[in-house]
Design a protein around this ligand. Structure first.
Ligand SMILES: [Zn+2]
Length: 425
């Protein structure tokens, strides 16, 4: 049996599709094929650049929809850092300055006393020749932050602005492929959050290097949210539109929150609060709040009865694509507000004025992390232990232990082969 894949990859300038074929074996989903099956041949059949801009983009809706389906496994070959980028030649040193036109103390004066608080810091990446748009249109940035803060204040949370800094970087750093996926495919009906665990998103080496260079070291790095503005941040995902022809795609994003439910501990703890945004001008407070929601509520696109693997667009909820800003509570609200208040990024001040941080994740922050107790929603197929060597989802997650593996008995012979899509005669 010979397997054939159709894969869409962004081809770097100056390279041909043929040049990428040799790297096929490095793709994660190829590795997922059982040893008993002859290694597949990968065809780089199509090369496509797609644009994804703004919350209302149709393409964005489609992309997120497929992300939510979350039968993903890939490892995208990423260009390595050049020697100059890695060392930082004299002309490419990271240079950080404060944006004095924005005074956090003035903005924080309206924080609500005694509410749990999240510290948020902002970096505007730019080059010596091209200042970031918000460096001059700072009023737009402030308005966006205040709008996001208002959304979270309604859910009983303060967003405190720590600082806004300009960071001068090599021009090449302004565009980055954020992630690779190193796991294995999941069947389409598997619970989306368990599918995310199997997909094993990780930062690319290049993204990690850039984020670590920009975010300055501080004692509470890992408890701070960093809004990092770049020009283009690309996100790789596995498109399962055609279950028989899975394709790898990488697309630009307007915002990417790099949440724990996708990355768990595969993002260095010191920089786990990073959120990338690609915006030069205008107000976008709802986008900031939405990305903060991914990080702080630690959920994908979902709302009410809408499970994350299906509908992602609608009105009402902050975590859907639309104009909604609600962070609902209770089981009917999928525990969003409760999960928000349990975020490890929150603290309150004790009587001495010292910060008391929320407890940290117990299992690296996956959706069913025991930190959340009953504040989880179970849906879809909750176990794949019959057809996966990755049954640690069951065994290592006490919250899932009571779930009966009834699904297993319904799995027909050969199911494993069926969801190893891409295999064909
Ligand atoms: Zn989102």
């Amino acid at each position: 049996m010979l397997a054939s894949y159709r894969v869409r990859l962004p081809i770097p300038n100056g390279q041909t599709a043929g040049g990428w074929r040799g790297r096929a074996s490095e793709l994660g989903f190829v590795q997922a094929i059982p040893d008993s099956v002859p290694k597949p041949m990968l065809q780089v059949a199509d090369v496509q650049q797609q644009l994804l801009c703004g919350e209302t983009s149709i393409m964005r809706q489609i992309v997120i929809r497929f992300l939510c389906l979350c039968a993903v496994s890939w490892s995208l070959q990423i260009p390595e850092l050049t020697a100059d980028e890695d060392r930082g030649s004299p002309g490419q040193q990271v240079k950080i300055t404060s944006l004095d036109s924005i005074r956090p103390a003035d903005i924080n004066v309206s924080l609500i006393p005694r509410l749990p608080t999240v510290n948020v810091a902002v970096y505007l990446a730019e080059t010596a020749d091209q200042p970031h748009g918000y460096a001059t249109a700072h009023a737009n940035l402030v308005a966006s932050f205040v709008e996001a803060r208002r959304i979270f204040a309604r859910a009983g949370i303060n967003l405190k602005l720590e600082f806004v800094r300009r960071v001068q970087v090599p021009e090449s750093w302004l565009e980055v492929q954020a992630n690779a996926v190193t796991g294995i495919p999941a069947p389409l009906d598997l619970n989306a959050y368990l599918g995310y665990r199997k997909a094993k998103w990780t930062l690319t080496k290049r993204a990690r290097h850039i984020f670590e260079r920009i975010i300055e070291r501080a004692p509470e790095n890992h408890r701070t949210i960093y809004l990092l503005y770049l020009n283009e941040v690309r996100m790789a995902y596995f498109d399962r539109t055609d279950s028989q022809q899975p394709m790898i795609k990488s697309i630009p994003t307007g915002g990417l929150s790099l949440p724990a439910y996708l990355f768990e501990s595969r993002i260095p703890q010191r920089i786990r609060g990073v959120i990338t945004l690609c915006k030069q001008s205008g107000r976008h407070g709802r986008t900031i709040a939405h990305e903060l929601g991914h990080k702080l509520i630690n959920v994908s696109h979902e709302y009410g009865e809408i499970h994350p693997q299906f509908e992602v667009r609608g009105e009402g909820g902050l975590m859907l694509y639309g104009k909604g800003t609600e962070i609902p509570s209770g089981i009917e609200g999928r525990w969003h507000r409760e999960r928000l208040h349990q975020s490890p990024f929150l603290y309150h001040l004790n009587q001495s004025g010292d910060r008391v941080w929320n407890p940290d994740y117990k299992e690296h922050g996956h959706y069913y992390d025991p930190l959340y107790g009953k504040h989880v929603v179970r849906f879809g197929v909750m176990t794949d232990e019959c057809h996966s060597e990755h049954s640690e989802v069951q065994t290592k997650t006490p919250a899932l232990a009571p779930l009966a593996p009834a699904y297993c008995s319904e799995v027909p012979p050969g199911f494993r082969e069926q969801f190893d899509v891409g295999l064909s005669e």
